[in-house]
Design a binder for this molecule. Structure first.
Ligand code: 5AD
Ligand code: FES
Length: 364
């Protein structure tokens, strides 16, 4: 049964929700390996065995949202809040540029006030000027108005990540307060697209109550909005959140289960969406040390090494057990480079590594 679905995928045929759910439900090692091998072959053929680095700058943990799963939610008063100076953000982006990363990602909690919006605008403009527009600039700053997205685009940003988190409306409503709305997020994704960004979204995998059918629908949603990039990772409880209190820290067996499902999601997404960029989320490494390279081995082609100053890292914990808290940017560079070479891939140093899907779509 699994074989015949994989053969269909290899032949380029569309898969149904049931077939996608069957691949996600695989529960034995041999079939799972066959799925990973199929996804890896498709990755190799579509985007090559090259991992692109995006230096991740976590520039502030101040957030006006209150998502029930997230460690930096507004109501978590144990968090020591910070906002980097503009110069610091620029400095970290330039570090990534000099480290030949090709792109950076600026991420923070969500803020929609003019002070913050104009600060980001200035920072993006400075990074773009200082690197002659060579360094790719991705933003991951939540829901904003189309005008804000346009201002940041005009300043020099060209990619945007905004996860939908889940496309099941009931599940979305269970993991967010009432004023956090999925339809707003969908509108934001459309705005980003109209502004001309390469657009990325994704979901959390393994949420309590989430089914394989939910995840299959998530993948078909990504396809239906013709997404350019996907960033998705396993849900991991954070002990100071409402959801973390309900499902406490994972046992070793739960970690393994969550990791395998996360990897199968990446593999199936590669099989269905083919030429997009897929990130091997850092959360994979919170479940197993080699989680991120395993992500590359089953279809991901992007990795986001942290380039945030070490002092800030412990303050930006979206989930428990986040890796690289004590390391600095050079250590992560050396560590990840070695690990990627270890799986026989090259690193796209000095390349922006734009989504091929985006290029194909714009060329049409
Ligand atoms: N586990 C996994 N991912 C999480 N995120 C937030 N909290 C968690 C958690 N507990 C993810 C969300 C968000 C991204 C920045 O981090 O998907 O979009
Ligand atoms: Fe940060 Fe290995 S990636 S220490």
């Amino acid at each position: 049964m699994i074989d015949s679905i994989l053969n269909k995928a290899r032949a380029g045929e569309e898969l149904s929700v049931e077939e996608i759910a069957a691949l996600l439900s695989i529960d034995n090692e041999a079939e799972q390996q066959a799925l990973f091998d199929c996804a890896y072959a498709i990755k190799e053929e579509q985007v090559g065995k090259v991992a692109y680095f995006r230096g991740l700058i976590e520039c502030s943990n101040i957030c006006m949202k209150d998502c029930y799963y997230c460690g930096i939610r507004r109501s978590n008063d144990k968090v020591d809040r910070f906002l980097m100076e503009e110069d610091e953000i620029v400095k970290e982006a330039l570090w990534a540029y000099e480290a030949e990363y090709g792109s950076c990602v600026i991420q923070s909690g969500e803020r929609q006030d003019e002070n913050y919006i104009s600060m980001i605008e200035r920072v993006v403009r400075r990074i773009s000027e200082r690197t002659g527009g060579e360094l790719g600039i991705t933003l991951s700053l939540g829901e904003q108005t189309e005008e804000t997205y346009r201002r940041w685009k005009d300043a020099g940003a060209h990619r945007y990540l905004l996860r939908i988190e889940t496309t099941n409306p009931e599940l979305y409503a269970r993991i967010h307060p009432e004023d956090h709305r999925m339809d707003v997020r969908k509108e934001c994704l459309k705005s980003l697209r109209r502004c001309g960004y390469q657009v990325g979204t994704g979901v959390m995998i393994g949420l309590p109550g989430q089914t394989m059918e939910d995840l299959a629908h998530d993948i078909l949603f990504l396809q239906s909005i013709d997404i350019d990039m996907v960033g998705m990772g396993p849900y991991i409880p954070h002990s100071d959140t409402p959801m973390g209190l309900e499902v406490p820290t994972y046992s070793e067996a739960q970690k393994k289960t969550a990791l395998n499902l996360g990897l199968r999601m990446i593999a199936v997404t590669r099989i269905v969406l083919k030429d997009i960029n897929i990130a091997a989320a850092t959360a994979l490494q919170a479940l197993e040390y080699t989680g991120r390279e395993q992500g590359l081995k089953c279809g991901a082609n992007v990795i986001m090494p942290n380039v945030t100053e070490t002092d800030y890292r412990p303050k930006y914990q979206l989930y428990d057990n986040k890796p690289c808290l004590d390391e600095n940017s050079s250590m992560c560079r050396g560590c990840l480079s070695g690990r990627i070479k270890g799986i026989g891939e090259t690193i796209g140093f000095n390349k922006r590594g734009d989504s091929l899907h985006f290029r194909n779509r714009v060329a049409e």
